[in-house]
Design a protein around this ligand. Structure first.
Ligand SMILES: [Zn+2]
Length: 258
């Protein structure tokens, strides 16, 4: 899939439902995002005669970092990622507002804590690589941060241009949309998205990347200020009032037990 004239992005499936995103440019260099497993990455590089230039890490979880050391040893590539000494092998530590050159293209770094405290995202050239923060139809579990912290991170992503392609790290979309329909049952855009994504999965086609505009219309975790979502939460005794952090916390705890 092409996101800009200079950049192509394709999925390398890993484990049960992870996507390792592979960025390539015309000269045959590649970058990969969150290589949890080295083997499928090495296979893809060989099959397409690509040279691994850069590994981009979003956060410390093993299914995102497990292939880092092996790939670095095998290829001599550079590794960029968040400020977390627990991730071994990072050459360039990134923080909020940094610009990083990937394959000759400039990407912006956003700190998006919540799922983990170290989580960062990469945005540029119409593409967002957001790891386990924003999913198609959902968002990551809040393991290390707080609900207000996670909502603030999602608010940063919500503010990006609406034509941004959202490259999350997992194929969780159908399960996320099942919950979304419970939280936002009258949403006709959501109903259409469910049918569309079911068709894709029946053909074993990824539902990712999604478009940010579709997330804004159908993902309840970006709709904490939507009156229908707020009313549905109140009806299920998940929240009283419409304070955004309370609404988000009500949504996330409901989904955790859905
Ligand atoms: Zn994670």
């Amino acid at each position: 899939m092409s996101t800009s004239p200079n950049l192509s992005v394709s999925a390398i499936p890993a484990f049960n439902d992870n996507y390792i995103w592979c960025l390539t440019v015309a000269d045959g260099r590649a970058a990969v995002v969150d290589p949890g497993d080295p083997a499928p990455v090495l296979d893809a590089l060989q099959a397409q005669s690509l040279t691994l230039d850069t590994i981009m890490i979003t956060h410390h979880h093993g299914d995102h970092t497990g292939g880092l050391v092996a790939l670095k040893e095998a290829t001599g590539c550079r590794v960029v990622g968040p400020d977390n000494s627990a991730i071994k092998g990072i050459d360039t530590v990134l923080s909020d507002g940094d610009s990083i050159d990937i394959l000759g293209l400039s990407f912006s770094v956003l700190e998006v804590p919540g799922h983990t405290l170290d989580h960062i995202a990469y945005w540029g050239h119409g593409a967002l690589f957001c790891g386990d923060t924003l999913f198609a139809g959902g968002c990551g579990r809040v393991f290390e941060g707080t609900f207000p912290m996670m909502r603030a991170s999602l608010a940063k992503l919500r503010a990006l241009p609406s034509d941004t392609a959202v490259y999350c790290a997992h194929e969780y979309t159908l399960a996320n949309l099942r919950f979304a329909q419970a939280a936002d049952p009258e949403n006709t855009d959501l109903a259409k998205r469910v049918v569309h994504c079911q068709r894709l999965r029946e053909q074993d086609i990824p539902t990712v990347p999604s478009r940010l505009v579709d997330e804004l219309q159908t993902n309840p975790f970006l709709r904490w200020d939507d009156s229908a979502v707020i009313a549905q939460l109140a009806q299920h005794n998940r929240v009283t009032g419409s304070q955004p952090d309370d609404v988000f916390a009500g949504l996330r705890t409901w989904k955790d037990n859905f």
